[in-house]
Design a protein around this ligand. Sequence first.
Ligand SMILES: Nc1ncnc2c1ncn2[C@@H]1O[C@H](COP(=O)(O)OP(=O)(O)O)[C@@H](O)[C@H]1O
Ligand SMILES: [Mg+2]
Length: 624
Amino acid sequence: MSNPFGMRPGIILLREGTDTSQVGFCHFPIFFSFFSLENYHISPFIDTVLSYHPTTIYCINFIQGKPQLISNINACYAVSDAVRTTLGPSGRDKLVFDGSNVTISNDGATIMKLLEIEHPAARTLVDISMSQDAEVGDGTTSVVLLAGEVLQQIKPLVEEGVPPQIIRRYLSEAGQLAVQKVLDMAVPFEGAAKKDMLLKCASTALNSKLIASHQDLFAPMVVDAVTLLAEKDRLDDVNSLVGIKKIPGGDVRQSFWVQGVAFKKTFSYAGFDQMTKKFQDPKVLLLNVELELKSEKENAEVRITDPADYQKIVDAEWQVIYDKMDACINCGANIVLSRLPIGDLATQYFADKGLFCAGRVQEDDLRRVSKATGAAVQTTTTGLAADVLGTCGVFEERQVGDQRFNVFTDCPLSLTSTIVLRGGTEQFIAESERSVHDALMVVKRAIKSGSVVAGGGAVEMQVSRFLRNHALTIEGKGQLIVNAFAKALEVIPQQLSDNAGFDATDILSALRRKHAVEGDDGKWFGVDVTTGSVCDTFASGVWEPSDNKSNSISAAVEAACVILSIDETIIAPKSQDPGANATGMMNSQGKPMSSMMGNAMAASQGGARSGQLGPGVSYMKGRG
Ligand SMILES: Nc1ncnc2c1ncn2[C@@H]1O[C@H](COP(=O)(O)OP(=O)(O)O)[C@@H](O)[C@H]1O
Ligand SMILES: [Mg+2]
């Protein structure tokens, strides 16, 4: 019998699709509904294929077209549902336990990453939350929620048979209009008002975090650290120049910011206590050299015949290390730091000569000391000269809680700074770090975009109203699609109210009225999460960088369009391997998947995505 297919089919075992069949590709308990065996059956088609290539066929997924779309939409909605309750100042945190580690977080990107979502389409949502994190640093929950809601609102249209191509076209048009509207509404800031604006942006970002009640402490730290870099046009180096040190223990209010470098005291040897621990204008020497007697740690075997030779070897060893130490002292250094160990002999020697030394300094700390003081890291002590030394205004060893810190302040190249976080538990500090990082990124983004919009759902309500009006100018299905998108935007104020324990229906109708009736006067009305009513959130200082909103709208629309472009998922044999990638994915004709799906897959694996929705919307990078 000849093979009717003419080629080896690269496809796999059959699964009968149901709308909910794919919701279960997630390791998180709430999504437990993995494929069951009943979902698989062997069709006559597969019977035929199996008879030709019994060993090469694994699975054919028969969900196609509408059921596939609905299935993907359901999966995405389920994923967005998982982070829904974390939104806003009254949002709760998620505790994610992966079998060994516990993470408590409110950050959308962190939760999405920890959920280990395997559903191929739903991973697009993970990707947009990661890219929002990399691009803006905040708004990671909002973007997932919005994308899930857009799909949910579009679902009835898909069920009614509106072609996905039409939906995609109108959605992306509406997305562009929405982004433009956000940019039109944005309020620019400069001059004296700038610092105040930035403080409010940082506070808004911290509002929803575990450390919200300490924003008076953290917001100024974050703004100072970022403006320091902005003045020298080094905003892009926030991550490398602003160090965040987590020191478990003590009280969260013992956290502090140092304009300079601070790191925890390293392991020290005898002689350390006699060292000078405070210097004014010291000379700093940075080394990548071990200052330890070699014989202490190495088991070298040396054969000698004359006992006097033994003394020569010992003397030579001592001479080597003394030469190194003298080189450090002679070049004029007061502080010697090394990435490698500095042993007890050197510690005592330096102490006697009035120097301070620390070995085993972490590489990033050493790099930041180098950037702050201007010292160049040396890999040898031979030929040390004064020009490799750095300096700072004050160096001291400072006690913070029950820990000691080496602190370099008033550094001449004062770009680097360090935020030292304290707190009771490791999880608390880890979440504080993520929150401070979000706030840093928000301030950076606010400075870059130079404009803000009001949060609390105000901007979403105004854009929603604008789109509803715009929808009236469209005839046919486009009107329904744009209206569905406008409705989806309301998910933000609705969820903010829900999470705060207020009646979302009442608040939404009050907001709709404000935005419709009062026109521009009512445009900044959003949810007042303290009283359960509506208020002018611009006036109450709930401010977010305009890029945050424009990025999240464009990313959500982009993700929805990608999901709507998928009409079939095929589990390729390669995907059964842990290291599998999207190249194994094919459509039912054995051809590579559509480029959109390919993009979605590449993106979900950290690849770059492309596309731009409008002016001012910067490009979404891959997973950050
Ligand atoms: N004081 C506040 N009143 C009302 N809404 C607020 C307040 N502070 C923050 N928000 C809103 O909370 C939302 C952000 O919540 P958050 O949990 O940080 O999620 P995301 O990860 O999307 O940033 C934004 O819509 C923001 O406007
Ligand atoms: Mg936030």
